[in-house]
Design a binder for this molecule. Structure first.
Ligand SMILES: NC(=O)c1ccc[n+]([C@@H]2O[C@H](COP(=O)([O-])OP(=O)(O)OC[C@H]3O[C@@H](n4cnc5c(N)ncnc54)[C@H](OP(=O)(O)O)[C@@H]3O)[C@@H](O)[C@H]2O)c1
Length: 288
């Protein structure tokens, strides 16, 4: 990865930070992105201490204006971007809206990768890797894309739903950029005891399930503390020669190419999600 520049969103902690560590160790110049500038700076100092070239930028990937500002700052620093890893995830216990009026889970998993990739397309010369998660693959409910009808945070229903939507959007994105040299693929990381999982609160669950949450908090650090494992699939997609030129593919946590869910392949689903993303970002992308 020497001579290559990689940008990873949500990389000041969790799986994104481990992905950054791995790619910096392979010689890449890595740009970390997190919401908190102090955490981002600290993470860059920590990862750069081993000799890696690691920089930090602060931006919230659920805010359209901050993504536009981030893209402008990246353009000031880099004349090309070899790899973009859209890694940010979210699972709010209740339905919330971003400052742009978008449902937060949809904003983090679907709108953020769509928007940031589009904003960075003039710089991108290589690979886009979108990170899925949960249990993707169920039906996509076109009448409930932003959980307008129902939202059950504790069941991860909207988390899984938006990760499946992200797959449909990624397939359509791969088609849009076909033949330009830019590739778009999706990686499944597997479980890790990250800030996202550590922040699960018993109060977000129905009474019956609440005793399980502290139990999970005791067990998870024993089995899922090594974040090197869930970072493998994104590192593979970002760096392996095996996937050179591969686009529109889905890779498992074991870095194996695997079948897309039917709902992600469905053309109507892809087109509806794409049109919604275009509508929501018309202003921010139009300003470029
Ligand atoms: N953890 C798992 O078990 C698991 C399993 C399957 C898939 N995944 C997926 O893997 C990805 C990474 O998961 P993770 O558990 O490592 O995530 P995480 O713990 O929530 O986040 C890692 C870092 O992302 C930053 N971040 C969070 N929201 C952000 C935002 N809106 N904008 C910019 N940065 C943000 C946070 O730093 P700041 O607070 O400094 O912003 C945090 O340190 C997600 O897409 C997730 O859905 C995770």
């Amino acid at each position: 990865m020497r001579g290559k520049t990689v940008l990873i969103t949500g990389s000041t902690g969790g799986i994104g930070k481990e992905t950054a560590r791995g790619l910096a160790a392979l010689g890449a110049r890595v740009i970390l992105v997190g919401r908190d500038p102090v955490r981002a700076r600290r993470a860059a100092d920590e990862l750069g201490a081993g000799g890696g070239q690691v920089e930090a930028l602060a931006a919230d990937m659920t805010r359209l204006g901050e993504m536009a500002a981030l893209a402008a700052r990246v353009a000031e620093r880099c004349d090309r971007l070899d790899v973009l890893i859209n890694n940010v995830g979210a699972n709010p216990p209740r339905r919330t809206l971003t400052e742009d009026g978008v449902e937060t889970t949809f904003a983090a998993h679907v709108l953020a990768p769509f928007t940031l990739t589009r904003l960075l397309l003039p710089l991108l010369v290589g690979r886009v890797v979108n990170i899925t998660g949960g249990i993707p693959g169920g039906p996509i409910d076109l009448d409930n894309l932003q959980a307008e009808r129902r939202y059950l945070g504790w069941t991860f229903a909207q988390y899984n739903h938006t990760k499946t939507m992200q797959m449909a959007m990624s397939l359509r994105f791969a088609e849009e950029v076909g033949g330009t040299g830019v590739t778009v693929n999706v990686a499944y990381p597997g479980h890790g005891h990250t800030p996202m999982n550590q922040s699960l609160k018993a109060a977000g669950f129905p009474y019956l399930y609440r005793p399980i949450v502290p139990l999970l908090g005791l067990v998870a650090p024993r089995f899922f503390a090594d974040l090197g494992k869930p970072a493998r699939s994104s590192i593979h997609l970002a760096s392996s020669a095996e996937v050179e030129g591969v686009s529109g593919a889905y890779f498992s946590m074991k870095c194996r190419r695997t079948a897309w869910p039917e709902s992600a392949l469905n053309r109507r689903n892809q087109d509806t999600i794409w049109a919604l993303c275009e509508n929501l970002t018309r202003e921010v992308i139009g300003r470029l």
